[in-house]
Design a protein around this ligand. Sequence first.
Ligand SMILES: Cc1cc2nc3c(=O)[nH]c(=O)nc-3n(C[C@H](O)[C@H](O)[C@H](O)COP(=O)(O)O)c2cc1C
Length: 354
Amino acid sequence: MSSLFDPMTIRDVTFSNRIWVSPMCQYSAIDGVATQWHDVHIGSFATGGTGLIMMEATGVVPEGRISTACLGLWNDAQTERLKPIVDFAHSMSTKIGIQLAHAGRKASCLPPWSDHPMASKEEGGWDCVAPSAISFGGKYPVPKALTKEEIQELITAFANSAKRAVSAGFDLVEIHAAHGYLIHQFLSPISNEREDEYGGSFENRTRFILEIARAVRSAIPNGMPLFVRISASDWLEDGWTIDESVELCRLLKDVGVDLIDVSSGGTSSGAPVPVGPGYQVPFATRIRNEAKLPTCAVGLITESKQADQIVKNGEADAVMMAREFLRNPRWPLQAAKELNADVNWPNQLIRGKG
Ligand SMILES: Cc1cc2nc3c(=O)[nH]c(=O)nc-3n(C[C@H](O)[C@H](O)[C@H](O)COP(=O)(O)O)c2cc1C
């Protein structure tokens, strides 16, 4: 039986505990390059005792960014600017990963606090791509359906960004296959109406993620963990289901994926998601039990006892938290106190230990 503050080892990486920072877009990059905001944002978690910080959805190509102000990892300037952020996390004995992403039909936005949602060409926006020419709805335009050649280029782009993540010093990479972004758009029959080998059957809809996972696995060292974040369910009758997720995770395990980061939703803004405390945890449990690979649970996990129980009960191997970390970036220090557990306090903060 493990608890929240027990270490966990995957391949050559040992996480000091099982409270992890969930990836969170900060819309604060310039041309895909991290800024001082990222230094402080990630630095605040690094000083807070977490076992892993997962950096935000990071575009593998310019058109793969969610917004014009999202991080990218396709050139040297972007790679170099991430190095000091990674180094600082390591100086605090914190592991750090990066989420590699392509937003597909949900790309080319402006930061959410802008007065309009989509970036025009003058504002740095671009034409979006997707498996099929189907709009997400609302203000989102109709995307262009990718050709098979373009699909191959994107698989290579994921592998190239993974190599850059290695050279920046990250401990692991996570492939973003959730939340209605490009890879999930291939998985879900709602956004994928292709008639070639990338659409239709389960085997065809899962081809893109499996090819990406294989390419990324070969691009990173054997000792480096590879995570995949999925949306376990579209929460829609005709959508991607938890049964398909379990089957996909078995295949991901076979191609060398080490952990599934289990989220849900994102294919349709109208999906009836039963949001509540720990509402996605049962998906993480099913995948852990049936696909037999480690999972982390995410979604309205906010209390130390709640998080500890999820790990203790074997519902997931670790928990990720997002919004609670925005409110309290050093949440693990407080949680350790509440659970009577030990956690690594930075020397500079130790007088706060009480
Ligand atoms: C500001 C913000 C940005 C987010 N950006 C990402 C992202 O880049 N990638 C991702 O997979 N999820 C992203 N999410 C979703 C979170 O990682 C998390 O799955 C979700 O917020 C549920 O967890 P919570 O209830 O602990 O906040 C974001 C959430 C927030 C609040």
